[in-house]
Each structure stands twice: as C-alpha cells, then as structure tokens.
Design a protein around this ligand. Structure first.
Ligand SMILES: [Zn+2]
Length: 586
C-alpha cells in the first residue's frame, strides 16, 4: 500500500464572454467558462453591494436564465441562498455557465444598457467562485453592432480593447467597463496617462478639461508625494440632469449634466466632482478604514470612519480647486460657509453623531425617508466641516509648518504602504494628534462621538475669519414644511422640520394643504403667511387620506441660518500665517 496521494489543486481558469443580443431590452448576456476544476461541486456567487456605495443592492435580483453545462450536457445547478448558485459538475473539469443580467438602473454604481451604450458595473454582473477571490479572469466583449469603443482601467490582452483581464476579483469588482461610442481623450499628468471617456455628449471643451483636470491631479498628487497609477480612467455619464460619482482603484464614474460645462458654477461643480473622486484613489481606496478591505461581498461592511473617507474627501474637493487658483478665495469661503449652513440647518445634527452616521450609512444615508433631515446628519457635509476645523487646528498649532495634508500623507505611508492594512478609529485619531501636537479627546467627544454645537468661530478665528448670519436680524414667519404644488392645486407636504410650527401642531408629511384661514392656497404655504407674525394663530385646512381636517397652527419664526465667512477684524500677522497656509495664498 502506498500513502494516499495529495490531491493536486489546479488553479481555476476563468473567462467571460460578454455580449448584447438584447441591448435594446437592456440585457447583458454572459457566458462564464471555468476550467481546471478538481472538486465535484462549485459555488458561484454575486456580490450584494458595490464598494464605495454603502447599501446592499441585491444585484442577484437582476440575474435571469442561469444554466450550467459541460460537454454539451446540462448540469444540475440550484441556488442555495439569494446570491449563491451551487453547481454539481461531478468529474467535469471544465464547465460553461450562462446567464443574462437586466441592466436598467441609471446610476454610477449600477449597470445600464440601452441602444446608446453599455455601462458595466462589474460587481453586479460577474459571478465569482466562492472563496476564490484571488482567481484571475479574462473578459471578452462582443459589443452591440453600433458600438466601437471600450473604456476601462482593466489591462488589455494583446492590445485588443475588447479583451481585458483582471488579476483578481477585488480588482475586477473595482473596475467598471464602458462600451459604446463615447468620446475618448487623454492627458498626461504627474507621469500618469489619464483617459477621459465622455458618454452621451455635452457642451464640454476638451482642451479646457485636459488643462484643468491635470491641475487637479497635480495638486492632489503633491499631498501624497506619489500617484500609484500608471493609467487612470474617468468615465463620465452625461445626462439631461445628472451628478454624483463613484470612486475606484484606478478609475471613477462621474455623473454630469450635459449643459453644465458652459456655466461658471456648473463647470466648477464638475471640477469639484473630479477632485472628489480622484482624491479617493488615495483616501478610501488605499488609505482606508480597516473594515473597508479586503471586502466581504456578502453583507454590510461597517465602519465608523466614513466622515474621514467621505467627509475629508468632500473638504479636499473644494480646497484643492482653491489651491489651483481656478476660483478665488471668496468662492472657496462661500462654499465652506454653505457647508456650515447646511449642517446648522439640519436638525439631525443634534440627534446623530458623525461616528454613528458613518456606521449607519447602510440603513440611513442610503435609505433616506421623509424624516431623514430631522434624525440624521450627513457624514459628507459635517465631515467636510470637521476636516476644515482639523486643518485649521494643525496649521495654527504648528504656526503654519504643518496641515491636514501631512496627516493624510503620514497615514497613507504608515498604513497603506508600510503596514499594508486599513487604520482603526484610534489610529487615525493618533495620526491627527501627532501633527496637532495635542490630545484630541475633547474634540472627538464633542464633534465625532457627540452632537455638540461646533464652535466654528474658534477655528476660523485662527485665520482671522468669523461667521456672520445674514438671517440674524430677519424675522421670517414659517410653518416649517417643505411642500410641492400638486396637480389639484393643493400643496403636498414632503417634509416637516423638527420643532417647527407644523411639527408642534401636527401637520404631517403627505398632507395636502388646501387652504389657510378659509382661503384656497394660490402660493406656497410659507409665502402665503409671509405677512403674518410669529405667535399668530391660523387655521390650516389639509386633506389627509381623503378627509378634510382643520388644524390650528401657531406660526413660529424660522431658525434657519445663512452664514458667510468674513474678516473678524484686521488680521494679525499670526492670522495671516494660518490663512496663507490654509488657502495657499501667494
Ligand atoms: Zn466620495
């Protein structure tokens, strides 16, 4: 007798053929060829979420027509949970799995196919062998008949744009693919080849974009001292009205409004989005909270640090544009003031901490309802404000020698490059403290773990600035509702502000406001009561679920602020040191 031979584990060989025979009906057809199987059964899975967008989206719901075969014979295959297919291949070492995916959700994180183009958000398309995320794969694309071009950061095989390869599934799921007739142009910056794929037109000017996007790239790369990519792709989806973006390791997908490039504000917003998503290639894609990689594609990946990953990125998107000098100091200060205003005016800022807002993204930020404004805070806007405060704190503490940039670079070097892992909450705090030169327990307890009112003037004061509220001396009577005019002429209530007159006296979301004091509305409810005074009592007639109700409401004064950032006085020499470093003044 001889000892049992150790089974030879053959690495799997996986390739996909992607085609669009029913592009007009919004389907992608996928044939997945797997060879090198040594076991008699295999599980194939589809991620339930796409990294960067913190919501379980159940991509498997779009899969249809699943079959598995080998040597021309159908294999037994069945689902064992919502996103797992179990295949019994027996002795077959090579199998073919076929399925099609319905793709008709327009967003930067979901696949979309129509006659014009195919946007392949890979995490919701490609099945992977369970437990074998390290397996490389090759993808061959047969485009719909009118499509000519593929844009992706995935490496081409033998220079063929229709055949690309992914070294593992983490990279495949982080590399969206655009197929269609997009307008592609290139620019070089910091030694990296940048590709821009403009989908569905727009009034952009190629040369302006090449120049201005390169400036953004240069400013951001300067913070970290290196750019880890050799090739980076901006996929830009242009819509009648669009926005938003999703970051990836070596590419990003942006949504834009087709006609926005022609206005100063629209163009600045687009560059801000470019700056935001590109900044993520360091902050979150590489320098990351410990929970965000390696990813678990089966369920939520919780982190309390999205206020760093997203909030600091939101802070940098504006300060970077300021540093390029593409807009003046006043424009930057107005954007910072608008962000402060939005947090102040959100009652949820007093209900939910930044730490909790991050952790709860999966069930709150990505699943908003009519009460979101009252019960939650955005880790984008408040995180951006906190980033600004910490930047000012470090600049002031070091008399202009250091800034938040140094924290970001230090953390990137220390955790991404040296330790090769994400940071914990305590480790990021320690990084901030290292450069601030002080303990930040009190700051964290108040502003990160707690919901204390932020003392903006203390930090803006380092740079000789302060906030002023343009609404401070204005008394505005208000019900505290947001309402839209309905086709029947009534005003449908879409939101009720916490502690407002409507909140206190019981006007509800979905109420249709028909009349005030017996007169049918011809204008927005707050405009209708513009000449009344806080303390006045009015009868608001609403239709609620088909029944007319008359509600006595005591009008209250609006508490909404409208901040601007202005000089606190004549800035001192110390103020100017902070201001110059912060705003990169010459
Ligand atoms: Zn972001």
């Amino acid at each position: 007798m001889s000892a049992a031979a150790t089974p030879v584990v053959t690495p799997l060989n996986i390739s996909y053929n992607v085609s669009f025979p029913e592009a007009l009906a919004h389907y992608v057809n996928i044939d997945m060829n797997i060879s090198g199987l040594s076991a008699k059964e295999i599980d194939l899975k589809m991620p339930v979420w796409t990294p960067g967008s913190y919501l379980v989206r159940e991509f498997a719901k779009n899969v249809e027509g699943f079959t598995a075969e080998a040597d021309g014979k159908t294999l037994t295959a069945y689902k064992t949970d919502k996103n797992t297919w179990h295949i019994i291949n027996n002795t077959h070492s090579a199998i073919k799995v076929s399925y099609r995916v319905y793709c008709f959700e327009i967003s930067v994180r979901t696949s979309f196919v129509d006659a014009a183009h195919g946007f392949l958000s890979t995490s919701g398309l490609f099945l992977y062998p369970a437990g074998m995320l390290n397996t490389p794969s090759q993808i061959h694309i047969t485009p719909y008949k009118t499509w000519t071009t593929v844009s992706t950061s995935l490496e081409r095989v033998n220079g063929d744009q229709f055949t690309v390869m992914a070294p593992n599934y983490d990279i495949l799921f982080d590399s969206p693919i655009e197929v269609g007739t997009q307008d592609v142009f290139f620019f070089d910056a910091v030694g990296v080849k940048y590709e821009v794929a403009m989908v569905n037109g727009g009034n952009y000017n190629r040369e302006d974009l090449k120049r201005d996007m390169a400036r953004v790239v240069e400013e951001e790369t300067a913070i970290y001292g290196e750019n880890p990519n050799k090739h980076y792709v901006f996929i830009v989806h242009n819509y009648a009205k669009g926005g938003g973006g999703l970051e990836h390791l070596s590419s990003t997908v942006l949504g834009a409004s087709r006609d926005a490039y022609g206005t100063k504000g629209g163009y600045e917003n687009f560059l801000g989005l470019v700056a935001h998503e590109h900044f993520h290639l360091w902050n979150v894609k590489r320098l990351r909270p410990i929970a965000l990689g390696p990813f678990d594609y089966d369920k939520e990946n919780y982190t309390p640090n999205l206020w760093i990953a997203e909030g600091f990125t939101a802070y940098y998107q504006d300060i970077i544009i300021r540093r390029t000098n593409m807009y003046p100091v006043e424009d930057y200060l107005n954007r910072a003031a608008a962000s402060i205003t939005s947090v102040y005016n959100q009652p949820g800022a007093k209900e939910e901490s930044l730490n909790d807002a991050s952790f709860n993204a999966w069930i709150k930020l990505y699943r908003p309802n009519e009460n979101t404004n009252n019960s939650t805070i955005s880790y984008y806007s408040k995180g951006s404000n906190i980033g600004m405060l910490l930047d000012l704190e470090i600049i002031n503490d070091t008399k202009g020698a250091k800034s938040l940039d140094d924290v970001m670079k230090y953390m990137y070097d220390e955790y991404y490059k040296v330790k090769k892992r994400g940071y914990t909450d305590a480790e990021f705090k320690a990084g901030l403290e290292k450069f601030a030169g002080k303990n930040l327990d009190d700051f964290y307890n108040k502003y990160i773990y707690g919901v204390a009112d932020v003392d903006y003037n203390k930090y803006l004061g380092y740079a000789g600035y302060k906030l002023i509220d343009d609404n401070a001396n204005i008394v505005t009577p208000t019900l505290g509702t947001t309402a839209v005019k309905l086709i029947n002429g009534r005003y449908g209530v879409t939101g009720v502000l916490r502690n407002s007159a409507a909140w206190v006296d019981g006007i509800n979301v979905n109420d249709e406001i028909a009349a005030i004091d017996g007169t049918a509305l011809t204008n927005d409810p707050d405009k209708t009561i513009a000449d009344r005074k806080p303390g006045d009592k009015i009868i608001v007639s609403v239709v609620r679920d088909g029944l007319l109700k008359n509600i006595t409401v005591t009008i209250l004064k609006s508490d909404l602020v409208k901040y601007r950032i202005v000089d606190a006085g004549t800035p001192t020499a110390e103020n100017m040191v902070v201001r110059k470093k912060w705003l990169k003044l010459q």
